[in-house]
Design a protein around this ligand. Structure first.
Ligand SMILES: [Zn+2]
Length: 584
């Protein structure tokens, strides 16, 4: 048996201290190297674990040892993974032992695409998602207007597909119940919103108002605004809405954190947060109150704010990092604003909208070349096949200008990919950052919108893997629920929400549970340059783990959506627990 000579105890104490203060990705390799020496120590010289998770079915997502029974943690890091008896050797008098009761343990889920603070606000806002008729829609809004008549009504997440027949809501639907309350409620995908007459008046939107580039004001037969504003036109009302106060945002973020912890989401990648929101994340990180790790990607037009400080992708601590840029290439399928080569099948007068950020293209190209040279990562929202193609063209231009390096560009959603473009993803090592829940949601009506041919490469997760394109999984919360079990269920069943495709919509694109878990953990960690410190249950990595109610690898796939995370551990601390107290 090898031994490490010298002042072990001193060295180990030093390491423990170092581990507890050190979170940056750069030191991951050092930490892993240090940890590799621990098994060489005599049992009495080893530090004891702060936490042991045992009697578990551990699925590590680490090919070096895919399964285990127990995990030992010191500080915020995993120190050892192995059999229950191996790990028991790390037990000391102060070790907290969690008996998983034979249940499945996975690395914490890393949601690669969320709108985190909006999620927190949504948890407190009106819920229109299930409004099945205009009357129900109006009743929900009317009730809130009675409770808080002077406060803007926002959020909502409405879905006009729930009406029979489907039709866009109008201000006339809600004006009678909101005579003095401004309303600006948003479609669940965020790409169109409905304003009532009070809000339109405050915003000065009339029959004469022109829509900004990349936006549309929906009008009735007489040319009057109906209240629905699409994409860039939403800014007409947004700019007159009062900014949320510090206290309101703080409350929303705390609500979002509690929600994430309850679902086993231990990392989130926040797309397009405001600086106010990032400041509040930092405030919470400072107080040790962030229970999910956040990678924040502010919008690309302000790229110089980060570049001026010399910030590169992945800058920050293990809890809060920046260095990425969110961009929009187009809108969404449901809003008929995703940008396609060919017209929509059900709306032949449009191919969708290239976003205002992309116009003119040379300006976007210049911004990309300069921000890439500064070391910032791109997260490009692109849904329609032409928006994706143009994004890939621009990536190619940046490559030509700045040469090859490890960039991990991402195309967020990657929804409708032209057959020729899968190879381009692979060549430029572009990550497909996808949200499987959208597939079982949009799958209800996508074919009606784009026809039988284009549908074949829709949410083509299997095709991506066949082309060796990396997947990162997320939800796009608030567009879809944050619950990872629903995402995994969607990826492995592709059973649309209307129950019409029990064996899967485009079933050849289904993934296995193992592939789905991989994309949700290592895949997402890779997409944020954190694969060396998280994404698997591996010695040296951050101790972010979840205990799941059922073994999703063996239960009937249809029941995965009912599985629940029972306990969530972030950095070795339990941040959520719904299990009955059963501690040895
Ligand atoms: Zn999004």
């Amino acid at each position: 048996m090898n031994e490490i000579s010298g002042n072990h105890q001193v060295i180990l104490e030093g390491i423990k201290k170092y581990i507890s203060v050190c979170g940056a990705a750069r030191s991951a390799a050092v930490i892993i190297a240090v940890f590799a020496t621990f098994p060489l120590l005599n049992a009495q010289e080893r530090p004891s674990a702060d936490l042991i998770l045992t009697n578990a079915k551990v699925w590590t997502v680490d090919p070096a040892g895919p399964r285990a029974e127990a995990v030992a943690v010191i500080g915020d890091r995993i120190i050892a993974v192995g059999s229950a008896s191996e790990i028991d050797a790390w037990r000391g008098s102060k070790t907290n032992v969690i008996d998983a009761g034979g249940k499945l343990v996975l690395p914490g889920f890393n949601d690669a695409h969320v709108h985190f603070t909006s999620g927190g606000f949504q948890l407190d806002s009106v819920n229109l998602k299930d409004a099945g008729s205009p009357e129900e829609f109006a009743a929900i809004i009317g009730k809130r207007a009675k409770e808080r008549p002077k406060e803007w009504i926002t959020g909502g997440a409405w879905d006009e597909e729930k009406f029979t027949p489907p039709h866009l809501p109008t201000k006339e639907m809600i004006d009678p119940v909101t005579p003095e309350t401004p309303v600006f409620v948003t479609r669940y995908d965020g790409h169109e919103s409905l304003a009532n007459s009070v809000a339109l008046k405050l915003a000065g939107v009339t029959k004469e108002t022109q829509a900004p580039a990349g936006g549309e004001i929906v009008r009735d037969a007489q040319g009057n605004p109906t209240g629905v504003l699409k994409d860039a036109a939403q800014s007409l009302v947004e700019r007159v809405m009062p900014r949320p106060t510090h206290e309101q945002v703080l409350r929303a973020v705390k609500r979002a954190l509690a929600h994430a912890a309850s679902l086993g989401v231990t990392s989130v990648q926040d797309m397009g947060p405001s600086y106010q929101e990032i400041g509040i994340y930092d405030e919470l990180a400072d107080r040790g109150e962030l229970t999910a790790r956040i990678y924040a990607a502010p919008l690309i037009p302000n790229w110089q704010d980060q570049a001026k400080l010399g910030i590169h992708r992945g800058f920050g601590s293990s809890y809060l990092r920046i260095g990425a840029l969110k961009a929009f290439a187009d809108g969404s399928l449901g809003s008929t604003t995703a940008y396609f080569f060919q017209p929509y099948t059900d709306t032949p007068n449009t191919r969708g909208l290239l976003s205002s950020m992309m116009q003119p293209i040379p300006q976007m190209r210049d911004r990309m070349i300069r921000s890439d040279a500064a070391g910032l990562q791109f997260c490009f929202h692109a849904i329609g096949d032409q928006a994706i193609s143009i994004t890939l063209d621009l990536f190619g231009d940046v490559l030509k200008a700045n040469g090859d390096k490890d960039r991990r560009w991402r195309i967020e959603h990657s929804q409708h990919v032209a057959a020729k473009d899968f190879d381009r993803y692979a060549q430029m090592k572009v990550i497909a950052s996808v949200q499987p829940y959208h597939a079982i949601d949009d799958g209800r009506w996508a074919e009606r919108k784009i026809g039988p041919e284009r549908i074949k490469t829709t949410y083509a997760f299997r095709t991506f893997l066949q082309h060796e394109v990396r997947l990162a999984f997320g939800t796009d919360w608030t567009v879809a629920p944050l619950n990872p079990m629903l995402t995994i269920y969607a990826a492995v069943t592709r059973a649309t929400l209307d129950g019409k495709n029990p064996d899967g919509w485009l079933p050849e694109q289904k993934l296995s549970v193992a592939e789905a878990v991989q994309a949700y953990t290592m895949g997402s960690a890779y997409a944020e340059f954190q694969d060396a410190v998280k994404g698997s249950i591996t010695p040296g990595k951050l101790a972010d783990m979840v205990i799941v109610s059922d073994d999703i690898f063996t239960i009937d796939r249809k029941t995965i959506r009912d599985a629940r995370v029972e306990e969530t551990i972030v950095g070795g601390k339990v941040v959520f627990n719904r299990r009955p107290a059963a501690r040895p």
